[in-house]
Design a protein around this ligand. Structure first.
Ligand code: AMP
Ligand code: ZN
Length: 113
């Protein structure tokens, strides 16, 4: 399968890893939008949020749980941070393997652009 993030899971491409366990991989975004910008992905290939099935619920929870733990470890949990998941064209998704953006280290505005 020609998927950039699967290639990172398989180490065909070497990501700048922040955290890894049996189910998820977290690595620094190549084009950071904040002082810290980490992508957290399931190791299982799921193309978009629309493709999540009942059997994936624990995995999706694990993405959020990992984000919260990383925010604490990286030191911006108390100040606050932004978590984003983009879906399809209007959502601004560019890599079709589900991922959670964890951004911290600055103040974010709302509404998102
Ligand atoms: P999205 O637009 O929500 O699909 O997010 C995809 C993210 O992947 C963007 O923030 C990109 O900067 C990031 N990205 C693309 N290629 C790489 C790469 N080789 N290593 C790390 N991050 C990447
Ligand atoms: Zn993939």
């Amino acid at each position: 399968m020609d998927c950039l993030f699967c290639k990172m899971v398989n180490r065909d491409i070497e990501p700048d890893i922040v955290y890894e366990d049996d189910h998820v991989l977290a690595f620094n975004d190549i084009n950071p939008q904040a002082p810290t910008h980490v992508l957290i992905i399931p190791k299982k290939h799921i193309a978009t949020l629309n493709d999540i099935e009942a059997g994936d619920l624990a995995l999706v929870g694990r993405l959020q749980y990992t984000a919260a733990h990383l925010a604490r470890d990286l030191g911006f949990a108390e100040d606050g941070y932004r978590v984003v998941m983009n879906c399809n064209d209007h959502g601004g998704q560019s890599v079709y393997h589900v991922h959670m953006h964890l951004m911290g280290g600055r103040r974010f505005t709302w509404p998102a652009g």
